[in-house]
Each structure stands twice: as structure tokens, then as C-alpha cells.
Ligand binder design. Structure first.
Ligand code: PLP
Length: 403
């Protein structure tokens, strides 16, 4: 890839008319588990699909080019992607991870540490003193995740990566919340990027998958070796669907973040809302860093409703948003972290992390912004105290959700 090609073009041309047999414009799906050898002494480019598969390669190449990586591995899930770089650490080595990292990542790291696979320290990356102290202990691997879930806290990737590299650590960034369209951690100094492609990259909520992208060739080869060794590589059909989903990444996320900003702005002005967490709002504590290191503010936002708003009833009253975990799809989702995504944390741990019981996390999809805003305000009118007038619903009166 030459550096003059724009990412939109990388996506639109990945694998197009490359099919050697028929020059199919859309790259073919190679489901074969095994491949024939011309001669027993001449190992072909592909011999067995766990080790390598042409459909998976198309996706890996496209994602590596988007993130500016030398090599990429496609995994069966985002968790398999988070797990793969953990093969680079040895018993006794220290891993530093954000205290508010993805729940599955927290569970994996904590379980691995309990078994003695490594030591782990979960810290607040925005607390400079805690971060400096953790670096002083000589970590082997530092994991960055920004924006965080569910409060969209922003970590200064360039600053953290530079300090971690100076301390001798491998720096891994989970870039799932923004996708390569809005943030490129390798360009900010990280060594490895991991993605849950289940989210924005596939974007159609019909595949669970992951990707690991390495800045340099040697690290990429090591990760590829471990992926084949442990068998965490993704299925060809999943790669085919994910490449198909990836084609529209830019127009999807650009529209979705535009709508997210509109929703954040509308809710921020309402007295029944105590706080909107969206990095695109100037009042967000990470706004300036986000502006510097991201190419957009993303399409995730969390809203803490005011006292007296029953958020469980609010979610039940939503018509367009589906009550569900996950994010990054074409469809809008809403969840209450306290009872859903973050229910495994104790109430005290949630309070310490600033996650209120009245917090709602929204993943903004491709529906019309006005319809989504009306859906939230109509539901809010249903459940919030002392509401006199109700905004007209976009739906026919007979279809309006009963309060
Ligand atoms: C969803 C998610 C994961 C895990 O990915 P799966 O595809 O569900 O295994 C990891 N990190 C982040 C930030 C996620 O949102």
C-alpha cells in the first residue's frame, strides 16, 4: 500500500477482481478446510484453513492497511483477539490494564492472573501518579482502551504509549469503540491494535469476530504463529461477511456519530438529564484529547438521568431502541449498565467507577436522528415526573407505545 491511498479507497478496492479463476468482482468465499499440494515437497501458500485461508487473508490485509499495520490476524471473536497478545507474556510478567476496561477483558485478565499466567494491575490511566507508579514496576504489556465503557473516558494514547514503551512494555490498544475510521492507535505509538469486529467493523450484528494488527512484521509473525498454534483463527464465512460489512464502515460511522451528537445535544439541554457523557460535547473532560487523537467522536453515548427518572421503565418505554448489550451495529440499542453490561460489578465498585444506577448507554444506529430523539423524549415523558405536554410521536397515535 502506498501512503497516498485513502482509507475509503482501501476498503472499496479490497480483494476486488482479484479472483484468479474468474476475476469475480466480489472476492470469492473459500470454505475449503484443506488445499491440494502440487508436489509433496512444495508447500503451497495455503495448505490448511486454521493456518491460513484466502478469504481470511483478504479481511486481514484490508484491516492491516486501515490501521497501518505490517500484519494482521483474524480471530474467532473479540475476546480471542484480546487473548492473543497475552501469549507474549511469561509467568511473573506484569500487565497493566485500565480499571474500566471491557468487562470480558477484565474477567480474562483477572482469571489468568489468579492462575499465575502473569500478574495484572488495573489502574485509572487518567491518574498520572497511579500510572507512573505502575510503570515503575516494569510492566511487560500495557493495554489501552479508549474511549472507555460506559463513561467514554478518554486516554491520551500518544502519551501513555510513549511512557509505556520507554518502560520497556509492549503497548496494545483495544480500538473497538471507534474503529479504524476514527482512531489509529499504531500511528499514535502503539505496537498492537485489537478489535472486536463484531461491532463497527462488521456493523450488521450478524457476526462475532476479532482482529489483531501488529505494527511490525516480526511481532505480526509471532502473533500469527500463536494464532495457528492455539487455533483461535476466524471462520472463512465470518471473514467474508465481515469484509462485506466493512465496505460501508465510513458512511455508517460518519452518519451514526452525527446522530449521536444530535441526541447528546438534545438530552444535554433537558432538565430531566443530570449528565451526558459524549466526547463530542465541549464540556466532556476528554474533549480536547479526543479532538487531537480521534477523527471523530464516535456513536456511543451514556446519559445519567436525573433523580426521579426510572431508567428501567424508560428503556421499556422505548420503541425504536432495542434493549440489548453490544454496540456498533446499524440498529440503535440501549442498555442500563447497572443491570446489564456492568451487573457483574458490585454496587460499590460501580459507584467507585462513577457508574450510576440511572445511567443509560446508547449505541446509535442508522435510523433517522429525529425519530431517535423523539423516541427518547416520548419515553422520558412517559416515565418522568410532572410532564405536562408530550411531543408528538412520529408514529400513528394507535401505534404509540402505551405509557
Ligand atoms: C465487545 C468487545 C470485546 C469483546 O469482543 P467479542 O467479539 O464480543 O468477543 C472486547 N473489547 C471491547 C471494547 C468490546 O466492546
Amino acid at each position: 500500500m502506498t501512503c497516498t491511498i485513502n482509507p475509503e479507497t482501501i476498503i472499496a478496492s479490497a480483494g476486488v477482481a482479484n479472483d484468479a479463476a474468474h476475476r469475480g468482482v466480489s472476492p470469492p468465499l473459500h470454505l475449503s478446510a484443506t488445499f491440494g499440494w502440487r508436489d509433496p515437497q512444495e508447500k503451497p501458500a495455503y495448505d490448511y484453513s486454521r493456518s491460513g485461508n484466502p478469504t481470511r487473508t483478504e479481511l486481514a490485509r484490508a484491516l492491516a492497511d486501515l490501521e497501518g499495520a505490517a500484519a494482521g490476524v483474524i480471530t474467532a471473536s473479540g475476546m480471542a483477539a484480546v487473548d492473543l497478545p497475552l501469549n507474549l507474556v511469561e509467568p511473573g510478567d506484569l500487565i497493566i490494564a485500565p480499571h474500566d476496561c471491557y468487562g470480558g477483558t477484565y474477567r480474562l485478565l483477572a482469571a489468568g492472573a489468579r492462575r499465575g499466567h502473569y500478574r495484572v494491575e488495573f489502574i485509572d490511566f487518567t491518574d498520572e501518579r497511579a500510572f507512573a507508579a505502575a510503570l515503575g514496576a516494569g510492566p511487560r504489556l500495557v493495554l489501552i482502551e479508549t474511549p472507555s465503557n460506559p463513561l467514554l473516558r478518554i486516554t491520551d494514547v500518544a502519551a501513555v504509549a510513549a511512557a509505556a514503551k520507554a518502560a520497556g512494555a509492549i503497548v496494545v490498544a483495544d480500538n473497538t469503540f471507534l474503529s479504524p475510521a476514527l482512531q489509529n492507535p499504531l500511528a499514535l505509538g502503539c505496537d498492537i491494535v485489537v478489535h472486536s469486529t463484531t461491532k463497527y467493523i462488521n456493523g450488521h450484528s450478524d457476526v462475532v469476530g476479532g482482529a489483531v494488527l501488529a505494527k511490525d512484521e516480526a511481532l505480526g509473525e509471532e502473533l500469527t504463529w500463536w494464532a495457528n498454534c492455539t487455533g483461535v483463527t476466524g471462520a472463512p464465512f465470518d471473514s467474508f461477511l465481515t469484509l462485506r460489512g466493512l465496505r460501508t464502515l465510513y458512511p455508517r460511522i460518519e452518519r451514526q456519530q452525527e446522530t449521536a451528537l444530535a441526541i447528546a445535544t438534545a438530552l444535554d439541554a433537558d432538565r430531566r438529564v443530570s449528565r451526558v457523557y459524549y466526547p463530542g460535547l465541549a464540556a466532556h473532560p476528554g474533549h480536547e484529547i479526543a479532538r487531537r487523537q480521534q477523527k471523530g467522536f464516535g456513536a456511543m453515548l451514556s446519559v445519567e438521568f436525573a433523580e426521579g427518572v426510572d431508567v428501567v421503565a424508560l428503556l421499556r418505554a422505548l420503541d425504536i431502541f432495542t434493549i440489548a448489550e453490544s454496540l456498533g451495529g446499524f440498529e440503535s440499542l440501549a442498555c442500563t449498565p447497572a443491570t446489564m453490561t456492568h451487573a457483574a460489578m458490585t454496587a460499590q465498585a460501580r459507584r467507585n467507577a462513577g457508574i450510576s444506577d440511572r445511567l443509560v448507554r446508547f449505541s446509535v444506529g442508522l435510523e433517522h436522528a429525529q425519530d431517535l430523539i423523539l423516541d427518547i423524549f416520548r419515553a422520558l415523558d412517559c416515565v418522568a415526573v410532572s410532564s405536562e405536554s408530550r411531543p408528538p410521536s412520529f408514529r400513528k397515535q394507535s401505534e404509540v407505545h402505551a405509557c
